[in-house]
Design a protein around this ligand. Sequence first.
Ligand code: ACM
Length: 539
Amino acid sequence: MILEALLLLAMTGGPDDPPDISIIPRPVSVSAATGDFLLTPLTVIWTDSASQGLGRQLSDYLRPATGYPFDVRVGPPTGSAIVLERDSSLRQLGPEGYRLAVQDNRVTITAPEDAGIFYGLQSLRQLLPPAIFRSAPVMGVAWIAPAVLIEDYPRFAWRGAHLDVCRHFMPKEFVKKYIDLLALQKLNSFHWHLTEDQGWRIEIKRYPRLTQVGAWRKQTLVGRATEDQSRWVFDGQPHGGFYTQDDIREIVAYARDRYINIVPEIEMPGHSQAAIAAYPELGVTGDTVDVWTSWGVTATIMNVEESTITFMQNVLSEVMELFPGPFIHIGGDEALKRQWQTNARVQQRMRELHIKDEDALQSWFIHRMDTFLNAHGRRLVGWDEILQGGLAPNATVMSWRGVSGGITAARAGHDVVMAPGSHTYLDHYQSRDRSSEPLAIGGFTPLDTVYAFDPMPPTLEPEFRKHILGAQAQVWTEYIKDPKQVEYMAFPRMIALAEALWTPVDRKNFPDFLVRLRPELERLGILDVNYRPLDRPLP
Ligand code: ACM
């Protein structure tokens, strides 16, 4: 009997958490306690002096829906209190871990560092009725959080989501909303895909044509880029937009307040036709090209002149001024080598540099950026094609063509972020029945597939596991025209990935996730998120 019970526990991932606890991602440990905590007009947020900013953040979260004042005070708590405190004795929870205790008259969130307190706040919001997410007072709700003791910390340090704002431009206010939604899932990295063949979206003061010319395309292909080009139809509508440097500073600050690091991506040497449209001297042929109006992979690629290296390094200098985080993404994917192979000047340059083939030439290009970024105290990240021709010494690899590139890089001592198309590309279809879904790029990646993803490859030897930093969701926007459709594609799948990144493997359980997802979707509904409903026909 006891053995059977133990077996059942092992199969189901441990005992159920107490009911009413719909925290998502699922915490490491949840124990029931007796009683309830009731928010009242007299509840005060007490903090230590280091946590006052977080106290104000909590007050801002709780005030609108309740209409209560939630004063923030420094000092020993009395009465109905929410207490936020740094506690260095909780070091073992790591830099993002926290402890959350809900008792009769008191909520206490303690953590060794600010990020942990912030995650404690997110969990507390999820313990309260979903109406707490409303932005004006809601009448007739008892603002009760069930008594509970939670200890929690993430499994992976890199918990990311990407957004392509190039194929379709996404307004600044939506980027902020996206960041808020990431923070609610305890994601901590936003990969901002800022440059592409179809549009350059970041103001660079030194090279104004990058946005004057590169941010705008004349029109856009309707539907997919089929083989037969004679049948292509364009919409005749100009499309574009970009973020000024002031816009970017605003978004960086907004993300920092939510413990999210932004990883900007500046694509090179491929996926750069918009830059070449603005500055044809960056290209191989010298021809004038348009900001691309189609989808797919273009033959247009940067040349390998010293002037081009300098140009891109100057761009990166402005990027580094705007983005304080450790990582700068240089793309590196899908750079077709045909123009390099057939151009006499590129071939001559290869001989001058004693470079044996085009893969090695790409590797040389990426090396130059790696050295440059390292000299400025930053780290280069690139898609897994940067393995071709030899990986730059300090590069971090983002493995999108499956996980094998990531495994190879980890074994060579490089850090890795897993981003395989099979599990993390949220531009893929969510149903086998494509006719019931908006046009998407292809694939089939339903919620349970995303949930099942484990960024740690079972075949990776223990000594290399530390190199798997985590994983991230990708949202490419060829067929995603606006924020509402981003939301439809990203949610709820991004929530599934967030749990795969945060929750210990033995606590992952898809049926349990679905139960906790229902109230989360209610919260997202209140936040006006156009998520894909669970009761749409599942595959
Ligand atoms: C990619 O999907 N080309 C990284």
